[in-house]
Ligand binder design. Structure first.
Ligand code: PMP
Length: 468
């Protein structure tokens, strides 16, 4: 291991980092004062920092390292492709074998309506592609007034101008004059939040609420006029918003509404794709049939950047048969090294039956284990979908009474997790996990023991702060 240690010590890395590296979604000044944690290597689902501390990575990097770290097949695929052809574009009526192979493999692995892939470098670029593609589709259909995309509050669809506009994070919109025109939002299907706003909804059950939440779409469509609505986009399970698992009634009703008003349905599968929820794609878990599907992250298990859009036959046939040139694309659309790694990654997921494992074994086991946390005095709601899990921290578990906005309990809990060697993410008062799909039952037990310990530390901490 010593040979792998970086040639500089932690303090030197931190100083150079603070001097030159502006991190994403970061308070630059605060981080520079505090110093980054320097991550130097990884194996399976463990990371090590420059101080030699081991961390259990319960977030798969950033929801992406589905096959875990150190998979030789992916490393070999990248090495081979780097040697043979590190780059060539797909603009000049040219293509490379890995890009063709990946498009073919994705057509096989995705639901049957998908036969074509458009590649990008990231999920954000994928969603920018969606905006341009659906508007182009409706132009070609002779309905140019259909320009509006409907999305949801608290959604995350990326950080580019269109991605951040589709997203429903108010704090992102506040920076840079967003959303761009033609994007509107409805509320998210999150019963705990709905109940907080409306005490009268206390008795509402999940399934009734799912229909209510889906019908906010219908209301919005009628308000705008169906002839102006191009598409609805959503994450099958909201990820960055806090792992908000919708009621089972939600997505089928969304499908019915989109069908009724002839609106394109877009599934953002950047997190939920490639096995995360126990099916290859989250739309299969949630029971709907999208026209377009954004993907990224798990397609390469994050070993190298790649994203894209699966284009269903309805849209693809129009673009191919009526479209002429589609004036959109990126230097790295179909990057051969990224595509070669993706092919190796998807083959590995298939050969090791990781999706089936999540569905039949470790997913249900995580659900069972998370349910036991509901007895903890700090834990209100607990939700999982496959290998995504969330627990809501509350002041009184029975009364579901939330902490005040000036009591950032999630950040406190996250601090304890980090100190104990567990990477768990905090989204407001929700603590979330999304471990690699290779996780074993024994490793889930290890993670759960850490989570319980950190919840106890958090409980003691919030007591001593006088928050309880
Ligand atoms: N969509 C969803 C659902 C995401 O979770 C993310 C990233 N977390 C994105 C899009 C954006 O992807 P990227 O960061 O690769 O641009």
């Amino acid at each position: 291991m010593d040979a792998l240690l970086p040639p500089r010590g932690t303090a030197q890395w931190q100083a150079a980092d603070a001097a030159h590296f502006l991190h994403p979604f970061t308070d630059f000044g605060a981080l520079a004062a505090q110093g980054s944690r320097i991550i130097t290597r990884a194996e399976q689902l463990y990371l090590w920092d420059s101080e030699g501390q081991r961390l259990f990575d319960a977030m798969s990097g950033l929801w992406c390292v589905n096959v875990g770290y150190g998979q030789q097949a992916l490393i070999d695929a990248a090495t081979r492709q780097l040697q043979q052809l590190p780059f060539y574009n797909a603009f000049f009526q040219t293509a490379t074998p890995p890009a063709i192979e990946l498009a073919e493999l994705l057509a096989e692995l995705t639901p049957p309506q998908f036969r074509h892939a458009f590649f990008t470098g990231s999920g954000s670029e994928g969603n920018d592609t969606v905006v341009r593609m659906v508007r182009r589709y409706w132009d070609l259909q002779g309905q140019p007034d259909r320009r509006i995309l409907i999305s949801r509050n608290n959604a995350y669809h990326g950080s580019t101008m269109a991605g951040a506009s589709l997203g429903g994070m108010k704090s992102m919109h506040a920076q840079g004059g967003l959303p761009i025109p033609g994007i509107v939002h409805i509320d998210q299907p999150y019963l705990a939040a709905y109940r907080r706003q409306r005490p009268a909804a206390a008795g509402l059950d999940e399934e009734e609420f799912g229909l209510i939440a889906a019908r906010w779409l219908e209301k919005k469509v009628l308000e705008l006029g169906p002839h102006r609505v191009a598409a609805f986009i959503g994450e099958p399970v909201q990820g960055a918003g806090g792992v908000i698992v919708p009621p089972a009634s939600y997505w089928p009703e969304i499908q019915r509404i989109c069908d009724r008003y002839d609106i394109l349905l877009v599934s953002d599968e950047v997190i939920t794709g490639f096995g995360r929820t126990g099916h290859w794609f989250g739309c299969e878990t949630q029971g709907f049939r999208p026209d377009l599907m954004t993907f990224a992250k798990g397609v390469t298990s994050g070993y190298i950047p790649l994203g894209g859009v699966m284009v269903g036959e309805r849209v693809a046939r129009t673009l191919i048969e009526l479209g002429g040139e589609f004036e959109h694309g990126y230097t790295y659309s179909g990057h051969p090294v990224a595509c070669a790694v993706a092919v190796a990654n998807l083959q590995l997921i298939r050969e090791q039956r990781l999706v089936e494992r999540v569905h039949d074994d470790v997913g249900p086991y995580l659900a069972e284990q998370f349910a036991t946390l509901a007895g903890h005095p700090l834990v209100g709601d607990v939700q999982t979908s496959g290998l995504m899990g969330a627990l809501l921290l509350v002041r009184e578990a029975a009364g579901q009474s939330p902490f005040r906005p000036d009591q950032p309990v999630g950040m406190v809990c996250r601090g304890h997790c980090f100190a104990q060697g567990l990477i768990m993410r905090a989204v407001g008062d929700r603590m979330i996990v999304a471990p690699p799909l290779i996780i074993s039952r024994a490793q889930i037990d290890e993670m759960m023991a850490l989570i319980r310990h950190c919840l106890d530390l958090t409980l003691a901490d919030v007591h001593s702060r006088g928050w309880l």
